[in-house]
Design a protein around this ligand. Structure first.
Ligand SMILES: O=C(O)C1=C[C@@H](OP(=O)(O)O)[C@@H](O)[C@H](O)C1
Ligand SMILES: C=C(OP(=O)(O)O)C(=O)O
Length: 409
């Protein structure tokens, strides 16, 4: 489905929107719930990625296809590795078959797991023969994806002797590792992270409890971007959020101050308000702790006529698409002057945005959603707009609620 977003004429916005639960928290809790049935989950994400996770955990078919869901692919690899007697082929979309998994597979093999490649070495599909793992120490490289580490942490307490993980090299996306550890702590599973060593103690069962998932902060980023481009005084109230978030992307509240957007925390909500014009000439940010908001921030800078130097983006090349190349291509088509390296993006401020440009989305939900706020400036077309459901089912409904008129092409 290709769509045209008509330019939003009335830029004085006042809306209230409820966003579904964090897909990162949800996909961790779904694994944990299978290991500890004492857990009930509230405000679970309705994203495709969480639906894939639920299907994978409830089927007894041999072939399990998780589509584009990175967290499902990585977390289920360890989960099935310890499912004694179960033989599973874990696969995903064409892109997923080109997203690396070797670092995790090697760590699991070091722990005694039986995992092999069905096709290309280092990539899904993989065959996993579940068995009991006895070893309790492993080393793993920390600079490619934190999801490999979270994957091991999620099963760690169910290993007979728990697990000690030694992280090698620089560690990327650390808040996601801390999110996993915080969820373990909430369940009263003992785990600690000191220097480059993470230790999780064994736990047989936990007390019955309900865990409430906070709404998704990465999804909130698109509303921050809209408020940044809206008229002064505009506001959007988003639910259900809290100040003490487990999600690293809550750093949005600080980052968007540069664009004149304030965040007020209330009882279970945040209120975003455009207080003043963007007050930066050049935005310099290292996003190694919050890679999923890089696209949103790059597009907001372009929209606001601000230059930016974004660094710490080395993981973007192996996400749903090569996000650095995709951003370069689409922003260039809109008239931007942009350059990228393997880990950074540099955008020159520009005062003009080309109209009626078709944005390609590369099977990447965040390409579609990051460019949508440009409708506050120019009419813009989004190709294959349905990609948003990977993380955000009602994204286009919410854009319409804000007042953006959408025509199907
Ligand atoms: O653990 C998680 O829930 C995630 C970790 C991050 O991946 P990397 O650690 O691969 O950067 C992030 O980009 C992804 O959307 C979700
Ligand atoms: C990178 C993402 O997801 P995943 O790696 O889980 O596919 C994302 O949602 O931006």
């Amino acid at each position: 489905m290709d769509i045209l977003l008509n330019v939003l004429e009335d830029k004085k916005i006042k809306e209230e929107i409820t966003i579904s639960g964090s897909k990162s928290e949800s996909n961790r809790l779904l694994i944990l719930q299978n290991l500890f049935p004492e857990i009930s989950i509230e405000n679970l994400s309705d994203s495709d990625d969480s639906i894939h996770m639920q299907h994978a955990l409830s089927t007894d078919k041999e072939i399990v296809d998780i589509g584009h869901a990175g967290t499902a692919m990585r977390f289920l690899t360890s989960y099935f590795a310890v499912k004694e007697g179960r033989d599973t082929v874990l696969t995903g979309s064409e892109r997923m078959q080109n997203r690396p998994i070797e670092i995790l597979v090697n760590a699991l093999k070091d722990l005694g797991a039986d995992v092999s490649y069905e096709d290309k070495v280092g990539y899904p599909p993989i065959r996993i023969k579940g068995r009991k793992l006895i070893t309790d120490k492993v080393q793993i490289n920390g600079n490619v994806s934190s999801q490999y580490i979270s994957s091991l942490l999620l099963i760690a307490s169910k290993l007979e002797n728990g697990l000690t993980i030694e992280l090698v090299g620089e560690i990327t996306s650390i808040p996601y590792i801390n999110m996993t550890l915080s969820l373990l702590h909430q369940l009263n599973i003992e785990a600690n992270f000191e220097g480059n060593i993470i230790k999780v103690l064994p736990k047989k069962e936990i007390a019955k409890q309900t865990v409430v998932v906070e709404s998704d902060w990465s999804s909130a980023s698109y509303f921050y971007s809209i408020v940044a481009s809206a008229e002064i005084g505009s506001s959007i109230k988003l639910s259900a959020y809290k100040k003490e978030s487990l999600q690293g992307d809550s750093c949005l509240a600080e980052i968007y101050k540069h664009f004149g957007v304030s965040t007020t925390f209330g009882e279970n909500f945040i209120n975003l308000k455009k207080e003043k014009a963007s007050n930066k000439e050049v935005l310099e940010i290292d996003l190694r702790n919050a890679p999923d908001i890089a696209q949103t921030i790059a597009v907001t800078c372009f929209s606001e006529g601000i230059s930016c130097n974004l660094t710490g983006l080395h993981t973007l090349k192996i996400k749903e698409t090569d996000r650095l190349e995709a951003l370069k291509e689409e922003l260039t088509n809109l008239g931007a002057s942009i350059s990228v390296t393997n880990e950074s993006l540099h955008l020159e401020k520009s005062s003009e945005i080309k109209e009626h440009i078709s944005i390609k989305t590369y099977n990447d939900h965040r390409m579609a959603m990051a460019f949508a706020p440009l409708a506050l400036r120019v009419p813009i077309k989004i190709l294959n707009a349905e990609v948003v459901t990977k993380s955000f089912q009602k994204f286009w409904d919410d854009m319409q609620q804000i007042g953006i008129k959408i025509d199907k092409l």
